[in-house]
Design a protein around this ligand. Structure first.
Ligand code: DQA
Length: 144
C-alpha cells in the first residue's frame, strides 16, 4: 500500500493555471497513480485536501501504519513547519513531488521546508513526477 497525498488547490488541476500545471484533471492524476500502482503490484490510495490539519493527520496515519507516501505538499511546501515536523516522524519512505519545477519559479518557491525530512524530491516532470516517485518507492520496497 502506498498513499499519494496532495495539498491545497491540487483538486483543481485541469482548470488551475493550465500553462503551469497542464490540462489533466485531479481525477486523471488519481487514475494515473492507481494504474502505476497496479503495474508495480502495489495498492495506491490517492487523497487531496485543502486543510493543513487533515494533511498532517494523514501523515500521522502513514507513520503509525509504516505506509510509504508520495506527497505533493503544494504551497505548504514553502512554509508549513507543522507539516515538516509531522514528516520527521515518518517510519517509511516519503517522496516529495512537484508537478512544476519550483526552483525555476518565483523566489518564495525556491525553499522547501519539508525537503530536509523527505527521503528525496522529484520535481518538474508534470504528472510523471508522481509516476517516478511511485517507481522509486517500489524499488526501495524490493531492495530493502
Ligand atoms: C506545486 C508547486 C508549489 O509551489 C505550488 O504552491 C503548488 C504546486 C507543484 O506541484 O508544482 O501548489 O507543489
Amino acid at each position: 500500500m502506498i498513499l499519494v497525498l496532495n495539498g491545497p488547490n491540487l483538486g483543481r488541476l485541469g482548470t488551475r493555471e493550465p500553462d503551469i500545471y497542464g490540462a489533466e484533471t485531479f481525477e486523471d492524476l488519481a487514475t494515473l497513480c492507481r494504474d502505476t500502482g497496479r503495474k508495480l503490484g502495489e495498492h495506491v490510495e490517492v487523497r487531496q485536501t485543502n486543510d493543513e490539519a487533515e494533511l498532517i493527520g494523514w501523515i500521522h496515519e502513514a507513520a503509525d501504519g509504516r505506509i510509504p507516501v508520495v506527497l505533493n505538499p503544494a504551497a505548504f511546501t514553502h512554509y508549513s513547519y507543522a507539516l515538516r515536523d509531522a514528516i520527521a516522524m515518518r517510519t517509511a519512505p516519503l517522496v516529495e513531488v512537484h508537478i512544476s519545477n519550483p526552483a525555476a519559479r518565483e523566489e518564495f518557491r525556491h525553499n522547501s521546508v519539508v525537503a530536509g525530512v523527505a527521503t528525496g524530491t522529484i520535481a518538474g516532470f508534470g504528472l510523471q513526477s508522481y509516476v517516478l516517485a511511485l517507481h522509486a518507492i517500489a524499488e526501495m520496497n524490493t531492495t530493502s
